[in-house]
Structure formats: C-alpha cells, structure tokens
Ligand binder design. Sequence first.
Ligand code: PLP
Length: 391
Amino acid sequence: MIKSNILPIHNRLDIKFSYGKGVYLYDVNDKKYLDFGSGIAVNIFGHCYPKLVKILQDQSEKLWHVSNLYQISELEDFAQNITKNTFADYVFLCNSGSEAIESGIKMVRKYFYSKNKPEKNRIITFKGAFHGRTMAAISASQNPKYLEGFSPILEGFDQAEFNNINSVAKLIDNRTAAILIEPIQGEQGIRVANKKFINDLRRLADQNDLLLFFDEVQCGVARTGHLYAYDYYDVKPDIIASAKGLGAGFPVGACLATKEAASGMDIGSHGTTYGGNPIATKVANFVINEVLENNFLQKVQEKSNLLQKKLDLLQQNFPKIIIEVRGVGLMLGLKINEKYSNLDIVKKLAKNGLLTIPAAENVIRILPPLIIEDNHIEEFCQLMEKTLLLF
Ligand code: PLP
C-alpha cells in the first residue's frame, strides 16, 4: 500500500504544521518554530498578518473570481499601483513564478517577431540559475538535475557564466534576443551578481538590441530592502518575473514590462484563467502598498545590517563549520564547510525549533519574514549557536 496519495516529488521533512502567527509556526503537537525560511521567501509578513487577513476576509465576502473576459477593477488598481512604482508600463498577472518566467520568454520572442526579426529568438541564461519547473523554465535553467527524463527540451537558450561578462559577450550573435538573469541566485545558494556585472549586462543589451529580463521571483518584493532588486543594482530591466513575496502566501505571479518590450503582445497572444482574479490582485495590491509605506524598506535594510553582523559573529565563533556569509537584505546564506552537510544542520535546527532552507553549494538559506524585530534575530542566534555546538 502507498503511504500517501500525494505525487511523491517533494522530499518532505517529518514536520506537520497546524497554524502560524507572526514569525512563528506551530506543529500539530503545538511545538513552536521560529520561521526563518518563510515558505522559501514567500511569507514576507510572517503568518496570518492581521491587516492581510482583513483584506482577504473582506474580499472573500465580495468577489473571488471572474473571468478575464470582463473588466476587473481590483486588477486595474494593482496594475496602476505597481507600474507607478516600478520601471514597468504593463503587468500580466498569473499564479506562480514559473508562469511569470514563461510569460516573459513568450514576450521576448513575440517582440522580435513583431519587429520582423523572427531569427532573433535565443536567450542567454546563466549557470546556476533556477527559473522554475515548466518546460520553458527548466530549458532556460539548463540544470541537468531538473532536465533528466524530460527531453526534448525547449530550444533557444545559451548558457553563460554568472558574473563573467566576457562569457556573455562571446555568446551574442544576430540570433540573440535577450539576457535572462536571476540577479541573486537563490536555489544555487544565494550567489549575488556583482553590481558592475549587472550594469555591464545592461550596456551589452543596449549595444546589441537585446531585452534584459530579470527573474526576481525570489529576490523581488522588498527581500533585498528595495522594492525590486534592480533598484539595488540601479539598473532598469525591460522585463521582470515576480511571484513568491508578491502574494505573501497567496498564489500570485506577475510579469512586468516596459511598453516597448511588451509591444509584441496583442489580444489572444497569451492568457490565463485564474491570473489577475479579484482576490489575488487585492492581496498583491496590499503587499505593494504595505512594503512602500512606513519606512518598511528602510527597516528591512536595518534588520539586514543587524542580522549580517550577527552572522559574521557566528562565523567567527564557528569557523570550522561556516566558511562564508552571503547575501543582500534579508536574502542571506551561510556556506557550510563540505565536511558537514547543510541538510543535516537544517534538520537539527528544525528539531531545535528554527526553520531555515537548504540550497545548492552546501548553503543554508536564511529568508526570514521581513517584519522581524531585533528580539527574533537574538532568538535566531541563540538557536543557531545551540545547534552548531552539536556538530
Ligand atoms: N524563479 C526563481 C528565482 C525561483 O526561486 C522560483 C521558485 O523557487 C521560480 C522561478 C519558480 O517559481 P514557482 O515555484 O512559483 O513556479
């Protein structure tokens, strides 16, 4: 007999949560966990954030879903708000990061097709990037781990080295349409693109008539202490994919674009059933307003400064275990000495009541809710020390 009827594709820890409040989760035995993983960079306001609960309650009694066959005022409000506060002129709403990536890839191809340059359809992507699990997303990422068994993959992606501008320049020819980059590689272990590299990508894109497409699914929506990471880099992209924090726990994805980059997309060229529904867009609109108000972004930067200092101290105290502290804002990582397994440490931390997220390169990701206070950082440090002493 099978133990569960859930398709066995996720490697789950033996923890079952029952409810959440603020930065804490509680399991079915009422054991308390400090959540420094946020459902992989999703719950930016922690759990059951009262203002968001109220938004959902109110909207759930008004209107949940109507088709994109009709005008949707909640979607209209959100679109106006996000475009007013970003580089973008247009936004397409969907339900996940992978769909947002998929939309951006279609947009790139359609852009050059509509300019009578259909041969310009190849996209440069980067080693170590993760763009999601649809066929286009795994083809773009080109990570053998996610591709195995799924051939034929989608054609049209050329892979460059992260933080190596020459490797990008070498790949550009008259078929190149765009550069797609995850500026801070989350799944790969919080690998941060350097500022010069991102600026050089913009320059290369401009010189070669390419669109610059950022995957901000994990690093976007205040995670870096900026509304989007492109502000941290001070570089404007042409397209971005957003999700995760944008719904703060409610499934929302978005593809944002300039008027020019979106100019190939016309009636019928793309679509969605659920995307842009009133309840999701009401949530997303709240999220954008909330992170732009009351010095929220500045507070993220302050908490980041404190947490990074504490992580540096932790590294000094456990130099044999932690070999590097990485990251921007509250998207941080601890690179663990290869003599230890990040997953073993993550499991022991969970046992001690602290949730973190493993990543590639033997990194432990630290992605707390963006509402953390100094006392949560203190508690985090105590739980880390207590756990690392066991190794
Ligand atoms: N892009 C990045 C950078 C991600 O981290 C993820 C998910 O982890 C995705 C895309 C895919 O998003 P989703 O799982 O919502 O489809």
